[in-house]
Design a protein around this ligand. Sequence first.
Ligand SMILES: Cc1cc2nc3c(=O)[nH]c(=O)nc-3n(C[C@H](O)[C@H](O)[C@H](O)COP(=O)(O)OP(=O)(O)OC[C@H]3O[C@@H](n4cnc5c(N)ncnc54)[C@H](O)[C@@H]3O)c2cc1C
Length: 469
Amino acid sequence: MPNDFLDQCRVRLGEQYVLTDPADTAPFLLDWRKRFQGTALAVLRPGSAGEVADVVALCAAHGVAIVPQGGNTGLCGGATPDTSGGQVVLSLQRLNRIRNVDTINDTITVEAGCILQVIQAEAAAAGRLFPLSLAAEGSCTIGGNLSTNAGGTGVLRYGNARELCLGLEVVTPQGELWDGLRGLRKNNTGYDLRDLYIGAEGTLGIITAAVLKLYPAPAAQLTALAGLATPRDALALLDLARRMAGPLLTGFELMSDFCLALVGKHYPHMRYPFAERQPQTVLLELSDSESESHAREIFERLMEAAFEQGIVRDAVVAESGAQSQALWDLREHIPLAQADEGKNIKHDVSVPISRIADFIEATDAALADAFPGLRMVTFGHLGDGNLHYNVSPPEGTDYDAFLVNQASINRLVHDSVHAHDGSISAEHGLGQLKREEIVRYKSPLEIRLMQAIKQALDPQGIMNPGKVV
Ligand SMILES: Cc1cc2nc3c(=O)[nH]c(=O)nc-3n(C[C@H](O)[C@H](O)[C@H](O)COP(=O)(O)OP(=O)(O)OC[C@H]3O[C@@H](n4cnc5c(N)ncnc54)[C@H](O)[C@@H]3O)c2cc1C
């Protein structure tokens, strides 16, 4: 069967787009964090939605399970096949055309394999902003962003990937092509299928194209850094910034001192911004439709008020767009520096914004009690209630040996998230990493409803099995 199946794939896609040589398939079989290593019957690389539909129909006919893959930057092993060698990876990277830009409707229609940064650049060339932005934007694809409902740094003002998508084109697990590429902001005509596929991590179908919302390009984007004592002070600053800057506030990121120390260690050319070390740093971004000087005025007033109220201890306001980018670089190098440092235990969690400081205090204390010497790499999108609450081993501990504590550390952190009314996956999804874990925190009814949807749309169970549900 495999040979017959692969031969038919070769006929449909062309020999060079059916990869079976281990040297060719290797990059598709290991996840970005190098936590999940799979094997595959083949990596299929269709070049159009029609080709995707045809090879999915072939997979359905032969009962071959499919693992969709975009840029392979996901952090939960969702795009990695299992070790059976019987699954195919279906790479969307060749579906990389911008189909349409409509500046009156303020939409862009793109294929699933378009790299996020390319979409941002196309939007900019049309004088618009596509506001989804994350550190992996140079290699992640919009299909992957939508399938994981990615968040990133603009959620505070613009929402997650879900809020940025008006329509989808999807190949069903039976190989049919659904054209839902509607550029409508209002459409109440029954169940919202688009919302089902967004965040489904490839378990319900394959996204082949999307209509995305565009926004006016701001005249200026300026950032500032504030040094503070505690996450509680950061919440006070958020409250003040929202009151003084209103909708101009587009970013509010928290970084603990250990995060910036890691960046300094692995990227020594990046300068620490303050004269003295600060326990916590907040990066604020304003997107201003008037001018850079208007944004700077607002920042100056804001920081003055924050100093007066004893909220901040030091502050740096960027002088230009280039300096703003340099400040963002500090934030965006945290995950990279963390990866350079060695293995760590990641938690991508959210709690109501008002409970973030309580959560950090309570969970830090419980972890320090149970595992003395742990070093917390706590950073994230504070303005969205989303923390990357990552745990590095005590100084001098062997990183691999430390990972034996993973299950008990996860339990402690996730129980605390749950006790603070939060979510154990804020923006990275469940993949294979959190598939079992989520059962503990969702009600049996919620899990049953999810399983019913999966069963209805993919009764054969060939779409990314072993992930999410
Ligand atoms: C350095 C770094 C920083 C990151 N920062 C953030 C961040 O700030 N916010 C955030 O939300 N995420 C972040 N991520 C993770 C984020 O989920 C991914 O970068 C991105 O959204 C996934 O896109 P991808 O194309 O790489 O998808 P992949 O990794 O290839 O796939 C992810 C999931 O989507 C499925 N999938 C992929 N394409 C399709 C498709 N066309 N149709 C159906 N299913 C599909 C896969 O099967 C898999 O389950 C970061 C990752 C890295 C490495």
